[in-house]
Design a protein around this ligand. Structure first.
Ligand code: FAD
Length: 466
């Protein structure tokens, strides 16, 4: 819908024809009643500078939106100024000599993937096709194959171009404005500027292979502990580079297109899938790397839903599956909460604490997602500093707004248990109004606040972290 607005229209005021359409351009249908005084859609850096200066002149807060995937719509500020980067540098450029790409903040995961495929290159973008690279990169980036290659901002992103709160354009990298470079990589919604361009390394493209085994774990997720333990143990036996493992819980009715509404037929068994992927040159390499997942213990053999061969997948197929997991655009109201586990807590204790969040899903479309990050960042290197051994999340979904309070209540209860085994949470899911959590280590957060205070003393970009 937003694509029908002419790119030459750059400023939208309340009451103007496209204002409401743009205000609501988030994937979550539950957009809060917050009305920015102006919405700006820059097409070049000069427009971004003008927007930042305009907010300064009016003395109002700035919110920045790239793909609108933050379910909380944190970029909307009542009487603030929203900068929507949809038309800004919406391209991916490749420099052969350095094998690097530059991309604008609103470039979607599927767009960068398509471009890289044509170039025969790869860089670890996110999993869901419609997520924009702006929000993804600033959060740190749980990109494909993170367990071997780390967060996307770590080894891959080399430079940013940013309009900072005083309205000037700077370059931030390891040697120039290094403090901004440090702060931008992992502060997500807490970042204090408008990123207009990112620069990143790439490697040669390979092929995507996947094997997925699904288990029927009973109405109350009786076999959850056994299946998750299996996934974790086999993950540990799997070589780290070019592989990844994720676990999902869902109702079989989730993917049935003939069923509408939130209700779940009784009794319905919960399903649990272990998805392992490898990024290599041939199926035999993939089979070798993913061979730990041949094993199924006796106790689980009778609840396995079919064989799990290694198969070649196109990016298009991978993205279709992601879209089925979190559909949007038809009134879906999403809510997410998540934790990053504290690696010092023993596995059985961790599994018990997260079990309700993964097995007591409150609606048909809800889904539990555990991504094995296996990542332990160097805390001095960037704001992205918490260990991401296991990312444990729950997405709830309804189309009925009257159910929101009950669903939020459910989420509060299950994450009250889960947070007992947490070291914090991924900044991409943080909602300061819902549940307080660490999004960086204490020392990283202290450093982040000092850098923020230096660059944004007037708090033009309000802080939504604590
Ligand atoms: C279905 C789904 C799948 C996901 N999969 C992954 C995944 O695989 N890996 C992963 O790491 N994350 C994933 N995420 C989380 C996602 O990366 C974050 O929600 C991210 O913030 C979304 O970015 P966006 O630009 O689309 O959203 P937006 O809501 O537009 O942006 C989020 C926030 O980022 C900041 N921001 C955005 N653009 C800019 C900019 N140009 N300059 C300054 N600040 C900016 C703003 O504070 C904004 O509020 C997923 C989310 C969803 C909904």
């Amino acid at each position: 819908m937003a694509g029908t607005i002419s790119p030459t229209e750059k400023v939208f005021l309340p009451g103007s024809p496209h204002y409401e359409q743009l205000r609501k351009a988030f994937i979550n249908a539950n957009v809060p009643a917050k009305y920015p005084r102006e919405i700006h859609r820059p097409i070049c850096v000069q427009d971004v500078i003008a927007a930042v200066n305009r907010a300064k002149e009016l003395g109002i807060p700035i919110g920045v939106r790239s793909g609108g995937h933050l379910f909380t719509c944190m970029s909307l500020w009542q009487d603030g100024l929203l900068i929507d980067t949809s038309n800004l540098n919406r391209q991916v450029e490749y420099e052969e000599k350095t094998q690097t790409i530059t991309y604008g903040p609103a470039v979607r995961v599927c767009e960068i993937s398509e471009k890289l495929e044509k170039l025969g290159r790869f860089f670890p973008h996110g999993h869901a096709p419609s997520v924009a690279m702006g929000g993804f990169t600033l959060a740190g980036g749980q990109g494909f194959f993170m367990r071997g290659w780390g967060a996307t901002v770590d080894q891959w992103v080399t430079e940013l171009e940013v309009v900072v709160p005083d309205g000037s354009l700077i370059r931030a990298n390891a040697s120039e404005n290094a403090d901004v470079f440090w702060a931008a990589r992992g502060s997500g919604q807490g970042f204090f500027g408008v990123v207009t361009k990112f620069c990143a390394r790439t490697i040669s493209a390979r092929k995507f292979y996947q094997r997925q085994r699904t288990f029927s774990i009973g109405p109350n997720g009786k076999l959850f502990n056994e299946v998750l333990t299996l996934a974790i143990e086999q993950n540990e036996k799997t070589p780290k580079y070019g592989t990844e493992v994720a676990v999902c819980t869902f109702f079989p009715e989730k993917f049935n297109p003939t069923i509408e509404g939130d209700e779940i037929s009784e009794p319905s068994s919960l399903m649990m899938s272990i998805t392992a992927a490898a990024y290599v040159d041939s199926i035999s390499e993939a089979e070798t790397l993913l061979s730990a997942f041949d094993y199924v213990p006796d106790g689980l053999a009778e609840v396995v839903a079919g064989p799990a061969p290694v198969i070649l997948k196109s990016w298009k197929e991978v993205f279709q599956e992601q879209d089925m997991l979190v559909p949007y655009g038809n009134g879906e109201i999403w809510h997410i909460d998540s934790i990053l586990n504290d690696p010092s807590i023993p596995l059985p204790e961790m599994i018990e604490a997260i079990k309700p969040s993964q097995t007591q899903l409150p609606t048909r479309q809800s889904v539990g997602v555990i991504y094995i990050g296996d990542t332990y960042p160097d805390v001095g290197k960037m704001a992205f500093s918490l260990p991401q051994q296991y990312y444990i999340s729950t997405f709830t979904c309804t189309k009925n707004p009257t159910k929101i309070p009950a669903l939020r209540n459910w989420m509060k209860n299950v994450y009250r248990e889960a947070e007992k085994v947490a070291c914090g949470m991924y900044v991409a899911d943080y909602d300061i109004t819902f549940r307080k959590s660490k999004v960086m280590t204490d020392s990283a957060f202290e450093r982040f606040i000092k850098i923020r205070d230096k660059w944004d003393p007037e708090c033009r970009f309000p802080l939504t972290l604590e």
